[in-house]
Design a binder for this molecule. Structure first.
Ligand code: ATP
Length: 936
């Protein structure tokens, strides 16, 4: 059994219509019609195109439309889903088997979405993934890809516990023959997406160098990545589709399963791929211009390469001797999806999206023709081995082959019978076998009873012969004793025996004939009986039964085919009627054209007249042309001179240009420099922005953390509040109790208060006294201050005196020097310049005596100052021990700052007694005396 690419056609609802999408009408054959499409068979495998209405065809008439309408053409596919089919229906019918092949049989799987622009490819593949909020749960509009991934990740699909599973996803688009990685970080602003190179490896096949392959452990993260990539896909609004995909998008999930129990085992690698092809579009329908037009032509080019590849593969499959070149390398799309187009390597489904819109009739025809070609692609046993090994490595290929065989086995054991073979090739084959089968049946019918009869006859003859022989033998034995008479009975019997023996040994002509027929039959029936030979009768019986069964099935097939034929006939009648109408219309058109031809003849005459006048004009023109020639020559001469001038001018301009170029280069270099600076600035701004963004995110997280903390604090505050309330309650209760006790002690307090009042009165008196004392002291202090000032003056005076003394000392020294020569030792005076002078020692002695006398005076006079008793008294008053109760009542309520007189009126200030000033003042008279003495 060969593998084929499964083809499923999905008819979208009429654009602009709203659900429920009912069929527009039902044909006489029971087919439901949707726009230009009718689904015929009840098992939804046959589809027919009804063709657009005449008005529509007139509307759409153009040069590349075939002259004959493509109506009533019937196509057969694996599944047809007319509206209102859902994405779930599509998945179940078309793609679920692909996921099973991947999960259960370790095969690769690919689902293609093909069709004209706006036919619903992206809707079928991705559904509403862009707007789905919660990707973890299924929604009604989930596309085929989303549903397939749900199945791929479902717990039932996972291998046993002793297997490690790793999955990776890649998502790329092919846009204008450039491969864009849709999962890589986006390029900087104003930069286009980089194009990745496609390489070919001798064993791995084609791959994209540098593509991002991200590990996806669970379904949600996988779908999130796909959504992210899908949002980046190139789309643009066209006349046919607001959100038209301008690229081929390919999502691929790679699964690697490793058997952990057998470390050395090779991991199983499978790929599940979804290809949302860009839609084919006709320029005049989309009204594209500029960039859109360029994209459209690139899309159409790669789709036509895909068509070429499919065509070549189909031709090679239909004709085993054909080895047509398959142009995989003509586009990146076919190069990268080469494996997916080989059913030997990959379980592939093509979803053909078509629109029932009559305006899109021609595009629908071309999509269905493409689908027909895809259906021709089948594996040829043994032919694909080389290809397989080349594509995916020998071990992998073998593993996949095992999977494929398992699937076939399962299909044989469990799958329902394959859909009836309605393809043209199968029908033709069946029809060619029918006469042969009928011949064989007729032969068998005559052969079997004859053979039975012949066998019975043979058996009877054998028995008769045996009986006759034994009877003759008995006679022979008895006749041994009788005479040898040639005419005797014995001789007769002997000759009879001989003839019988001859008869026995001679082959029966009938038997010979039947044997030959049987051999013939055996030969022709060889494929129906395994082994052949054996018991002829049994074989014949088996043959008959098999033939009868075959005949029955053929009959039923024949019935089906007849029915189909009659349906086709009635269709053909319809078609004929339509063709008749068309011909009538054409006749009318021809008549119209004839009328137009008459009109054309009249116009021709007019044209002849015009031609004559044209001739005259031509003569005139010729004359004029001579004049023109002369003028032209003049002009040419003029032109030559002008050319010369121009040449000179151009020379000058070239020079100027050189200068300008140099200037421009300078400017350009400056601009480059500026640009580099700007880029640097942009970079730094970008990094700053990133830094700020990071800070913002850190702040956000801090805010979140603080908010959390606030919440916690709030909670603990609430808790504390509760605790405080409880404590407050307890305290209030306690205070109430204390109040009660206080009330009870109030009398005692009152007494204490009276006592305190009294004490306070005496204290106030004391304070008053102290205040007075303070005033006295202040007065005394003022006096002392005055004395001090006087003393300061005295000190200054003494300093002056000291300076004078020093002058005297100098003078004395001079005297001394003079006297030394004249005086005798021990004398206190000496004569200098005729005058008597004190010796230096004496003068010093006198001065020292005077100073010590002054100091003694000062000391003694200080002893006469009044004693510092008043401060002590005040101190005692404040250090007096109070009763504790009194203390509390007075000082606690009115704390006293002893350092500030203004605030503590009446309370004395404590100062150290100032005595030295006075002493020094008094000592001043003694020193004066000493000085006087000294002077004397
Ligand atoms: N079966 C459907 N049911 C409801 N709406 C559909 C269906 N198929 C397609 N549509 C809607 O039709 C519009 C076009 O569909 P979509 O974008 O899938 O077309 P397409 O074939 O991918 O076009 P293109 O090739 O231009 O990208 C979308 O708005 C989509 O929602």
């Amino acid at each position: 059994m060969s593998e084929a690419i499964k083809v499923c056609v999905r008819v979208r609802p009429q654009p602009g219509s709203h659900p429920p999408y009912h069929p527009q009408s039902t044909t006489s054959l029971g087919a439901e019609t949707f726009g230009c499409i009718a689904t015929l068979s009840s098992d939804k495998t046959t589809l027919s195109l009804t063709g657009p209405s005449v008005t529509d065809r007139r509307k759409n008439r153009d040069e590349d439309r075939p002259s004959q309408p493509q109506q009533l053409k019937t196509y057969a596919f694996d599944n047809i889903l007319p509206p209102p089919s859902t994405n779930e229906d599509l998945y179940k019918e078309a793609a679920a088997s692909v996921v099973t092949a991947v999960n259960k049989y370790n095969q690769d799987g690919t689902v293609f979405f093909y069709g004209q622009t706006g036919a619903g490819k992206s809707w079928s593949c991705f559904g509403d993934i862009l707007t789905t909020k919660d990707l973890s749960s299924m929604t009604a509009n989930d596309g085929v890809m989303t549903r397939a991934l749900r199945d791929l990740y479902s717990p039932e699909s996972q291998p046993g516990l002793n297997h490690a599973v790793h999955r990776e996803v890649t998502f790329f688009e092919i846009f204008n023959e450039r491969v864009h990685d849709l999962l890589s970080p986006p390029p900087p602003l104003h930069k286009s997406m980089p194009s990745l190179p496609v390489r070919t490896h001798p064993t791995k096949g084609s791959y994209i160098e540098g593509i991002t392959s991200l590990p996806v452990a669970d379904l949600t993260s996988c779908l999130k990545l796909v959504r992210k990539g899908y949002a980046r896909r190139a789309v643009a609004g066209t006349k046919m589709n607001d959100q038209s995909s301008r690229s081929h998008a390919v999502v691929r999930v790679k699964t690697v399963i490793k058997d952990m129990e057998h470390e050395k085992s090779t991991p199983i690698v499978t790929h599940l791929t979804f290809v949302d092809l860009a839609g084919s579009e006709r320029q005049r329908d989309t009204g594209n211009t500029g960039e859109r037009l360029k994209e459209a032509s690139s899309i159409n080019k790669s789709l036509s390469t895909l068509g070429g590849v499919i065509f070549a593969l189909g031709v090679n499959c239909l004709n085993p001797t054909e080895t047509r070149h398959v142009p995989f390398r003509d586009s990146k799309l076919t190069l990268l999806l080469r494996t997916s187009l080989n059913p030997a390597n990959c379980r592939t489904v093509m979803v053909m999206n078509v629109s029932p819109d009559e305006q899109q009739f021609m595009e629908t025809v071309s999509t269905l023709k493409f689908a027909q070609r895809v259906k021709q692609i089948k594996t040829k046993d043994g032919v694909d081995d080389k290809f397989k090994a080349e594509e995916s490595g020998e071990v992998d290929a073998l593993r996949k082959e095992i999977g494929r065989l398992k699937m076939k086995l399962d299909g044989v054991n469990t799958a329902p019978p394959a859909p009836s073979q309605t393809s043209t090739a199968t029908t033709a084959y069946l029809q060619s076998t029918i006469p042969k089968m009928e011949r064989m049946e007729a032969l068998t019918r005559t052969l079997v009873p004859n053979y039975h009869r012949r066998i019975m006859e043979d058996k009877l003859i054998d028995r008769l012969k045996t009986e006759k022989i034994s009877r003759l033998q008995r006679l022979l034995r008895a006749g041994d004793s009788k005479d040898d008479d040639p005419d005797s009975d014995l001789n007769v019997l002997c000759s009879e025996i001989d003839s019988l023996r001859r008869l026995l040994n001679e082959p029966d002509p009938d038997a010979v004939m039947y044997k030959a027929m049987y051999d013939d039959l055996l030969e022709s029936k060889e494929p129906l009986f395994e082994g052949g030979g054996g018991d002829e009768i049994n074989n014949l019986r088996n043959l008959t039964t098999a033939l009868m069964e075959e005949k029955q099935s053929l009959n039923s097939e024949l019935e089906g085919a007849k029915k189909e034929a009659s349906e086709a006939q009635s269709k053909a009648q319809d078609s004929t009627a339509a063709t008749k109408k068309l011909l009538e219309r054409r006749l009318k058109e021809a008549e119209e054209r004839a009328e137009a031809a008459e009109e054309a003849a009249t116009q021709k005459k007019e044209v002849a007249k015009l031609a004559a006048s044209l001739n005259a004009t031509q003569v005139e023109l010729r004359e004029k042309s001579k004049d023109f020639s002369k003028m032209q020559r003049d002009h040419e001469a003029e032109m030559d001179s002008l050319t010369n001038e121009l040449f000179m001018e151009s020379e000058r301009m070239t020079e100027e240009k050189g200068a300008t170029e140099i200037e421009m280069k300078g400017k350009l270099a400056a601009a480059f420099k500026d640009n580099a600076i700007l880029q640097q600035r942009v970079k730094s701004l970008t990094s700053e922005r990133e830094k700020y963004e990071k800070e913002i995110s850190t702040s956000n997280s801090k805010i979140a953390q603080l908010e959390g903390e606030i919440e916690e604090i709030k909670a603990s505050a609430a808790e504390q509040k509760e605790q405080i309330a409880a404590t407050h309650k307890v305290r209030v209760e306690k205070l109430e109790q204390d109040n009660l006790a206080a009330y009870e002690n109030s009398e005692k307090w009152e007494r204490a208060a009276e006592e305190n009042e009294r004490k306070a009165g005496s204290l106030i008196d004391e304070v008053k006294r102290l205040k007075k004392k303070r005033d006295d002291d202040a007065f005394e202090l003022e006096n002392l201050q005055e004395d001090m000032d006087t003393m300061t003056e005295n000190v200054k005076f003494l300093q002056l005196q000291n300076e004078e003394l020093q002058t005297y000392n100098v003078r004395l020294e001079e005297l001394n020097n003079l006297g030394n020569d004249n005086r005798e030792d021990g004398e206190e005076v000496s004569e200098v310049d005729g005058e008597l002078c004190l010796t230096e020692e004496r003068a010093k002695q006198i001065l020292e005596e005077a100073v010590s006398a002054a100091e003694n005076d000062a000391f003694n006079e200080s002893a006469f100052l009044p004693p510092p008793d008043s401060g002590e008294e005040a101190h005692d008053v404040f250090n007096e021990d109070f009763d504790e109760e009194d203390d509390e009542m007075f000082f606690e309520s009115q704390p006293v700052d002893l350092s500030r007189d203004d605030e503590n009126e009446g309370i004395p200030t404590f100062r150290t007694p100032q005595t030295t000033g006075k002493a020094k003042t008094l000592g001043r008279s003694s020193s004066r005396k000493a000085l006087a003495m000294h002077n004397e």
